[in-house]
Design a protein around this ligand. Structure first.
Ligand code: SER
Length: 320
């Protein structure tokens, strides 16, 4: 049986999605890859892979008899604004290399994530629709929207099966994210669990769509397992769980840790957040492949704090 290649397996999504794929298909069926020398999943075959290197990618696909790719290596929104050419090259060359190797090696399926960053100020801020105005303002968002079009082009031109989700901000504890705008929420939870105060780089009422990683991983696996004829969206699916602002998140944390304090010092990331929708209409995902999130917002906070407190030393006061 052909194997699954995860590109970016050490990253925020890759770390947890790889574990879920191993549970589903077995360790022999999954090959992990990332730009780092060593993998995080000790039980798996691992390849050090820079996805912008098309030749090396083709070798890995051939060597391991790959039939499916989950391509998760990408630069996120805030880091992309600081290093635009690097972000564009990684996100676009990486995706084009994956699509081209998938075409040449006749892979059965490809998964590639898009994002709420593909939307922009012309998109309705509440319940951003599946189909509508998209005018991204970040290099990351432009790469996601262009990537959505490239995926559709390959799918239509070559009859390939390429599946995609527009992830909201993803919250997780296994691997820290790298340079996103929604990361403030993760940082706040890490700080609270460690007994520290936190200074938020987004303003108090900056509401964004978010999701807990176990739901995002399940959504990915459910989308990839759905019969193709059920998938009616032309490109990436809108995906949602809940939306919250820093104030709402901090309120919930303070109900658990009353001494947790947050200051607000919005920086350049505020403008990025201001151009994204506050909430997402994911009714097509719900209809086509029965998407439904399992975690409530408070479930997420409780589960995050439980895992983070277990992992990190906390002050006496917070531990009590
Ligand atoms: N979480 C991402 C970011 O903040 C959005 O897709 O960049």
């Amino acid at each position: 049986m052909k194997k699954i290649l995860v590109i970016g397996a050490n990253g925020q999504i890759g770390t947890e999605l790889t574990t879920a794929l191993v549970k589903l298909h077995g360790a022999k069926q999954v090959v992990a890859s990332d730009i780092q020398a060593l993998g995080r999943h000790q039980e798996l075959a691992y390849e050090k892979l820079d996805v912008t290197d098309a030749k090396r990618l083709a070798e890995v696909v051939q060597q391991h008899d790959i039939g499916e790719i989950y391509h998760l290596a990408a630069a996120l929104s805030a880091k992309g604004e600081e290093h635009p050419e690097w972000a564009w090259n990684l996100n676009m060359t990486g995706l084009l290399n994956v699509l081209e190797v998938a075409r040449q090696a006749k892979l059965s399926k490809v998964f590639w994530p898009s994002s709420i960053a593909a939307f922009g100020p012309s998109t309705p801020r509440d319940n951003a629709p599946q189909v509508g105005a998209m005018d991204p303002k970040t290099v990351y968002g432009i790469s996601k929207l262009a990537g959505e079009h490239w995926c559709s082009w390959y799918a239509e031109k070559y009859g390939m099966d390429i599946r995609s989700l527009r992830y909201p901000g993803l919250i997780s504890y296994s691997a820290e994210p790298g340079g996103g705008t929604t990361d403030y929420a993760i940082q706040a939870l890490f700080a609270a669990a460690a007994g520290h105060d936190y200074t938020s780089f987004l303003d108090v009422d900056s509401t964004l769509p978010m999701m807990y990683m176990p739901d995002a991983v399940r959504a990915t696996i459910e989308l990839m397992s759905a019969p193709k004829e059920q998938l009616k969206a032309a490109g990436s699916y809108n995906l949602a769980a809940w939306s919250f602002s820093p104030r709402e998140l901090v309120d919930i944390i303070q109900q658990r840790y009353p001494s947790f304090k947050v200051a607000y010092q919005p920086d350049f990331r505020q403008a990025i957040a201001d151009a994204w929708p506050r909430s997402i209409d994911d009714s097509q995902a719900r209809q086509d492949w029965s998407w439904s999130p399992a975690y409530s917002l408070t479930d997420m906070v409780d589960d995050m704090l439980l895992h983070l407190v277990k992992r990190k030393p906390v002050t006496q006061e917070r531990a009590a």
